[in-house]
Ligand binder design. Structure first.
Ligand SMILES: Cc1cc2nc3c(=O)[nH]c(=O)nc-3n(C[C@H](O)[C@H](O)[C@H](O)COP(=O)(O)O)c2cc1C
Length: 208
């Protein structure tokens, strides 16, 4: 077990506080060995019953990205049309999300495999089990973002797949039990984002 001597707590806290969501990337490619190392570290996240429900899809071919972009764009457009947004606004938003997916140096889909949880006879406990699998999957996502930060990479979690699960499953030929959670975009940062504001500690910590 490593000790604080390997990494002083103050350095680790500073490292954690410096992570930012990065949305613009340099064109410099990210070596595949680094992507593998990130995924390797992400699997050391904690998970309920140690079931490790996270499933990653590395979108490394243009064909896969295009298939996913087409499917997600269509679903996104349908939702925005149903919201009654003006057509030029819809076109701009769909184009922006599509361009992100097609151009990011690294794009990773994260899904939760809901088949690995325990099965309960009652809906309340079943829902709790599903929540645990999704919580566990999210922890792997954070672990990946922090590992990317350690590599000098920037990254962002985006939630589009959560809103178009069937389209994502079909486009990538994923099992029905995989619940798409997020798309991660990674790359060498093209900018250093300002810190987004955080609420003061006392607004959300309650001591009883
Ligand atoms: C569950 C989740 C969903 C998010 N979805 C998106 C998204 O769809 N698009 C996006 O640009 N950023 C997304 N983000 C990034 C947040 O906007 C970002 O973490 C937040 O504004 C705080 O900024 P920071 O990460 O730089 O500290 C998401 C983050 C999380 C944790």
């Amino acid at each position: 077990m490593s000790t604080a001597a390997d990494c002083p707590p103050s350095a680790l806290h500073a490292f954690l506080r410096r992570r930012r969501s990065v949305r613009r990337f340099a064109s410099r490619p990210v070596p595949e060995s680094i992507v593998r190392r990130l995924l390797d570290t992400a699997r050391w996240a904690p998970s309920a019953h140690n079931r490790q429900p996270w499933r990653w899809v590395v979108l490394h071919t243009p064909a896969a990205r295009t298939r996913l972009a087409d499917a997600m764009s269509a679903a996104f457009r349908r939702d925005l049309e149903a919201d009654g947004l003006p057509p030029d606004n819809i076109a701009a938003r769909v184009a922006r999300s599509r361009a992100r997916l097609l151009t990011a140096p690294v794009a990773l889909l994260l899904a939760a495999d809901l088949s690995v949880g325990d099965v309960y006879p009652d809906p309340a406990r079943q829902q709790a089990e599903t929540t645990m699998l999704i919580q566990s999957t999210a922890l792997a996502g954070l672990q990946l973002l922090l590992a990317a930060h350690a590599e000098g990479l920037g990254g962002v979690w985006t939630c589009g797949p959560l809103f178009a699960p069937e389209a994502v499953r079909q486009a990538l030929d994923l099992p029905a039990t995989w619940a798409p959670q997020a798309l991660f975009y990674l790359g060498y940062p093209a900018h250093t984002p300002e810190p987004r504001p955080r609420q003061p500690l006392d607004t959300f910590v309650h001591w009883r």
